[in-house]
Design a protein around this ligand. Structure first.
Ligand code: CUA
Length: 427
């Protein structure tokens, strides 16, 4: 490839230089376009990290990269030197006998062994340091004892995540009983504080991974394990199951939302309350209003997240704390009725509304979540109806789709709209 152009026709040469110009223009465009690709700041970037655990793991990655780069440059240079120096310069060279071959220069061989060991040691030191750092809860430098971490239990299900707060109890129910706060697919944590996450599974092996914060730790049946992570600043972080676990593994996602102390306490307080109830008041003489919107078909695999939401997900999440304007109490009451009638209550719990199923996510404060279907689609009326109408087309093979078939559940468009209104009212 060193002297390629002299052998090419002049038309091929202009073709090549045109390709070169296009490449240069593209590279220039990419550099000028805000360098998004270069920062590699995607939702699940392990390069743009936001917490100490992910930072320590990134450090190991960089050390390995630099060591590899040095080896690449040394080996590549020796190879290039040999190729240039010993290349055939004439027709006679091409048919010449190979020069005398040397075997086993002790200096070179010992040197290579030494260099390999050195490279491995350079990689091993930060690797082991990071292993110990992530394996134990961080210690308080003053007392030397592990710091008091915030504790959450994450449980993998095919295909969603349950998050339980063992030390935070719900408000007493009618019988005076309290239970740990439970939520699904959105893990809310306090910012700037180590969070201990106990990982469990009820079925197959899953893996808990929040690329910008920490990862990955497998959720293995009958084996208790944990990891810790910490978010440096309030934010909205993407999580993903990182161990193949069946049909919908790739879409088994979740979110971690890190909140400042005050917001976190407010969230906990609201979460402890039973589900919000919208009173179905009808004014005497007036006909109850029920708004049904038109049916919209979605393509399989159609993206379920809007640009506005994607631009500032934390703000979008915060906007969902309060009841949305234009709620329709008649529709919501109908949805609540349907939720029991269509046997949704068998799998989902809605505290205070008489639903206590445990095989699906707890929906007590579902309307305040920014996503649904294991973090796959945005929690908007349109997307929620898409899910309720045909869950199997969103998350293939899931239990809800199977439940529809097994229990012969059919939902008309009006029924889907009513269920949507009801679920979104649960703040
Ligand atoms: Cu759960 Cu992959």
């Amino acid at each position: 490839m060193f002297h390629l152009t002299p052998f090419l026709s002049s038309s091929a040469r202009t073709g090549l230089s045109r390709v070169g110009r296009i490449f240069a223009a593209l590279a220039g465009l990419m550099l000028l376009s805000g360098c998004e690709w270069w920062r590699m700041d995607g939702h699940q970037s392990t390069i743009t990290v936001e917490g100490p655990v992910a930072r320590s793991q990134l450090h190991v990655f960089y050390v390995t990269c630099w060591v590899s780069l040095v080896i690449f440059i040394i080996v590549g240079s020796v190879l290039a030197y040999a190729m240039l120096k010993f290349r055939a310069k004439s027709a006679a060279d091409e048919h010449a006998e190979p020069p005398e071959q040397g075997h086993g220069n002790p200096l070179v061989e010992l040197g290579l062994i030494g260099a390999s060991i050195l490279a491995l040691v350079i990689i091993a030191v930060p690797t082991l340091r990071s292993l110990w750092y992530t394996f134990e809860m961080p210690k308080d430098p003053a007392t030397g004892k592990p710091v008091e971490a915030y504790e959450v239990t994450a449980t993998g299900y095919q295909w969603w995540f349950k998050f339980e707060y063992p030390k935070e109890l719900t408000a007493p129910d009618a019988g005076g009983a309290r239970q740990p706060i439970v939520t699904g697919n959105e893990l809310i944590i306090p910012v700037g504080r180590p969070v201990r996450i106990n990982v469990r599974t009820v079925d197959v092996i899953h893996s808990f991974w929040v690329p910008k914060l920490a990862g990955k730790v497998d959720m293995i049946p009958n084996r208790a394990n944990f990891l810790w992570l910490q978010a440096d600043k309030p934010g909205y972080y993407w999580g993903q199951c990182a161990e193949y676990c069946g049909d919908s593994h790739a879409v088994m996602r979740f979110r971690v939302i890190a909140l400042a102390d005050k917001e976190f306490k407010a969230w906990l307080e609201n979460e402890a309350q039973p589900a919000r109830t919208v009173q179905n008041r009808t004014i005497a003489g007036a006909a109850p209003r029920a708004q049904f919107n038109a049916l919209r078909q979605f393509k399989t695999n159609e993206v379920g997240v809007s640009d506005k939401f994607d631009k500032d997900p934390l703000k979008a999440w915060q906007a969902l704390r309060d009841p949305q304007p234009g709620e329709d109490p008649v529709l919501i009451a109908k949805g609540r009725e349907l939720f029991a009638q269509k046997t949704c209550v068998a799998c989902h719990a809605i505290r205070g509304h008489g639903a206590a199923g445990v095989s699906g996510p707890d929906l007590t404060h579902f309307g305040a979540r920014s996503t649904l279907a294991a973090g796959l689609i945005e929690n908007t009326p349109e997307q929620l109806q898409r899910w309720i109408r045909d869950p199997g087309s969103v998350k293939p093979g899931n239990k809800m789709a199977k439940g529809y078939i097994d229990n012969k559940i059919t939902l008309s468009n009006d029924e889907q709209v009513a269920l949507t209104a009801y679920l979104l009212s649960l703040k």
